[in-house]
Design a protein around this ligand. Structure first.
Ligand SMILES: C[S@@+](CC[C@H](N)C(=O)[O-])C[C@H]1O[C@@H](n2cnc3c(N)ncnc32)[C@H](O)[C@@H]1O
Length: 296
């Protein structure tokens, strides 16, 4: 940054360049594409200014208070803390959702799962969705908001996740969303048996030996039980749901599962073996991320 005389305010452009260089040099960040440092610096300056990132004016100047806030958040990010946790929220399917340390941070890629669930339920009379392993409840909230007539359930084994999910449901006044602490489906009310139109699942699908190979910032900031179910191939929770789901689904109901593209074929064959009719949905890059299994 250029030296400044006393009282002179920093320009947004020079702060962004400083932040980008600081983040680019950080070994604690997963630089999985070349623009990460620049994008994160922009997000953090927008956060410090309290504006949307599209509203950033590089030619403008910022007050010393904003500059201090920005520099502090860049230092947190440089130590590996994800931008979403620094901000305390993510935007998902048009909803601002709270996030907190200890609960899996919803990813933009999961919007496809929510879209597929809405499409599966839209044509149904009395649509009923159960979002298994709901975490902060991005999918459950998105579906409950898009389809106010739907009855939506979210379950997660982690009480901290369910507390956060409830806060998100309250934030968006989603009276049609019900949340329970539950190991898989164990705490679902038995009146839902035979009534469920769709299950969604974004499971902890990383194989137990593969955890070590994940970027450090993910291993450090996402709890282990949100990343792996402890099985060798990461698909035990998927197997368990596919085994239990037929007892809960109504005729023609579906199970929609999001996994990394490299696991798509394994999930498809598990579904076929379980008697499901299989379809897939790809992300904008053409990679299969959601596998749909229709039962009965
Ligand atoms: C990858 S995160 C997905 C969270 C959320 N669906 C999302 O997309 O942001 C996996 C979630 O599975 C939950 N989980 C792990 N084992 C579970 C089980 N046996 N029953 C219910 N939830 C479980 C974890 O607590 C975690 O919230």
């Amino acid at each position: 940054m250029q030296p400044r005389t006393r009282g002179e305010h920093a320009s947004a452009g020079s702060l962004l360049a400083w932040g980008r260089d600081r983040l680019r040099a950080s070994p604690a960040i997963d630089h999985w594409h070349s623009a990460i440092a620049r994008e994160d610096a922009e997000d953090l300056l927008a956060l410090a200014l309290g504006v949307a990132v599209e509203e950033l004016e590089r030619d403008g100047t910022v007050t010393p208070r904003v500059e201090r806030r920005f520099r502090e958040s860049v230092e947190r990010r440089a130590r590996g803390e994800p931008v979403a946790l620094i901000r305390g929220s993510v935007d998902f399917a048009g909803l601002r959702l709270r996030v907190r340390p200890g609960v899996f941070v919803p990813r933009g890629s999961t919007e496809l799962l929510a879209q597929q669930a809405v499409a599966a339920l839209r044509r149904r009379r009395s649509p009923l969705l159960v979002d298994v392993a709901c975490g902060a409840a991005p999918v459950a909230c998105a579906v409950a908001a898009a389809l106010p007539a739907a009855e939506v359930w979210g379950v997660d084994i982690d009480p901290a996740a369910v507390r956060l999910a409830r806060a998100n449901a309250r934030l968006h006044h989603l009276a049609n969303l019900h949340l329970r602490v539950s190991d898989l489906l164990s705490a679902l009310p038995s009146r839902l048996r035979g009534e469920v139109a769709a299950f969604t699942l974004h499971p902890p699908y990383v194989g137990r030996e593969e955890i070590r190979g994940l970027p450090r910032e993910i291993r450090r900031y996402e709890p282990r039980h949100t990343l792996t179910d402890g099985s060798a191939d990461g698909l035990d929770l998927v197997r368990a749901l596919l085994g239990e789901a037929p007892g809960w689904l109504r005729r023609g109901g579906s199970v929609l599962i999001e996994v990394a593209p490299y696991l798509s074929r394994s999930v498809q064959s598990l579904m076929r073996r379980g008697g499901f009719e299989v379809g897939v949905a790809a992300d904008p890059g053409g990679l299969t991320r959601v596998i749909r299994g229709r039962f009965g």
